[in-house]
Design a protein around this ligand. Structure first.
Ligand SMILES: [Zn+2]
Length: 434
């Protein structure tokens, strides 16, 4: 009772951390040693000779989730596994009726991955909630710490949480060999109650996710914190180039319909088109499969893929059309035909400017150098962005490596990221719904 009263008194006064730019004296800080020790312990779960293997629903993922549930409890939180299989813990705010601030990430991994993609943001969020509790800092908003299930298999838990994936989409097989439905049952979810966990648009005050960059931009630019301006949209094109298979010796050069030559010219054209305009758009021809793929035969056909990413949906559409025109032109010049099929089409998810401002303000108050940057990889934050304000915090990945056992982020960067998350939450709590 006494404790409640004390918290109530504290919460009645707007929280002023007393920050002076670059001089964070008296500002609350997370326990970085504790956070990094937890990550080091977690490294043993699912560790194999070829890397971390905690793919969703496999035994090691279940072990990782048990470890994570214990961390929640050690932090004084009361976690529940909801119908979507997400681990959720809620701390009520001092001001009734406000929507929650949500922080979190994931703990599942890719095959042969590393220990930082996901756990940094998940354990960082738990540490932030623990710090608030230990320092008797009660937010006005409810705070929900969420560990989303199966991020690496296509942001499954966060899609379920916003209603973008429903019961009829659960028969797809996950990397572990279980279907999503079987996986959900393995982790304590309940497909029959999914509708009950859907968060409608406008139901959250904001979502922050701390994550490793997974690229080398922060390191190369010598910056400590990435203020993410959005998660890029993704287009995948499957392109079939059709020519005529023929003898490599007997066919004169001017009588060929060479599909490999056409595919090569097209690959150069994609690169030229993407580089011809300013911006950070990227496109990759990553898979090229000629047929018959033999030394002494001119290829009759080639299957190739294009992966195109940018924050701007209109640019994605414009470049896709330009690639199709380039295919037609190369086809005319080489006597081949180009057919395009769009296999993946995901919209960009821009961060909310006010949420970016909270991250920027938190970082600068803590004396961190920042860089505003897009995320080239997908995250649960892209799903949460569909229902409310979203912001992401990146910390450097050493060597720009991720989805690899070589993935590494320095303890001081992890601590700094969690401190920025803490202060971004405090900033949003002060401003939102005023
Ligand atoms: Zn991740």
């Amino acid at each position: 009772m006494q404790r409640r009263e004390f918290l109530g008194t504290l919460a009645a006064v707007p929280f002023v951390p007393g920050l002076v730019r670059g001089q964070p004296r008296g500002a609350p800080r997370v326990n970085g040693a504790r956070l990094n020790a937890q990550l080091a312990q977690f490294d043993a779960i699912g560790r194999t000779a070829s890397g971390i293997n905690r793919v969703a629903y496999a035994d090691a993922d279940l072990a990782g989730r048990r470890f994570t549930l214990d961390l929640f409890r050690a932090a004084g939180l009361a976690p529940v596994v909801d119908a979507a299989g997400n681990i959720v813990a809620r701390v009520e705010g001092s001001s009734p009726g406000r929507p929650p601030i949500i922080i979190g990430s994931h703990v599942d991994s890719v095959t042969d991955g590393g220990n930082y993609d996901g756990p940094v943001g998940s354990f960082g969020a738990i540490e932030v909630a623990r710090t608030l509790r230990e320092q008797n800092l009660r937010l006005r908003h409810p705070l929900e710490v969420v560990v989303w299930q199966n991020e690496e298999g296509g942001t499954i838990g966060s899609k379920l949480a916003i209603g973008a994936l429903t019961d009829d989409g659960l028969d797809r097989r996950a990397r572990s060999g279980f279907t999503l439905r079987e996986g959900l049952a393995r982790i304590g979810g309940d497909p029959s109650r999914l509708a009950g966990v859907v968060r409608p648009p406008g139901s959250i005050a904001g979502y922050f996710e701390l994550h490793i960059e997974q690229g080398g931009v922060l390191e190369q630019r010598g910056r400590q914190v990435g203020v993410v301006e959005g998660i890029v949209g993704l287009r995948w094109l499957e392109v079939t180039v059709t020519g005529t298979a023929n003898h490599a010796g007997a066919t004169p050069m001017d009588q060929r319909q060479d599909a490999v030559l056409a595919a090569a010219k097209f690959t150069v054209a994609v690169n030229d088109l993407v580089r011809a305009e300013p911006g950070r758009q990227v496109a990759t021809v990553g898979r090229v499969v000629p047929s018959p793929n033999t030394t002494n035969i001119i290829a009759g056909s080639v299957l190739l893929t294009v992966d195109l990413r940018d924050l701007d949906a209109t640019k994605l559409a414009r470049l896709t059309a330009a690639f199709e025109r380039a295919g037609a032109e190369v086809g005319r010049a080489t006597g081949t035909t180009f057919a395009f099929v769009r296999t993946v089409d995901s919209d960009p998810a821009p961060a909310t400017p006010a949420m970016m401002a909270h991250v920027e303000a938190a970082a600068s108050a803590l004396g961190c150098t920042t860089l505003t940057m897009p995320s080239g990889a997908g995250h649960d934050a892209q799903e949460l962005a569909r229902i409310g304000p979203m912001g992401m915090i990146f910390i450097p990945s050493v060597g720009g490596v991720s989805h690899s056992p070589k993935e590494y982020s320095r303890p001081e960067d992890i601590t700094r990221g969690a401190d920025v998350l803490l202060h971004a939450v405090l900033g949003l709590d002060r401003i939102a719904g005023r």
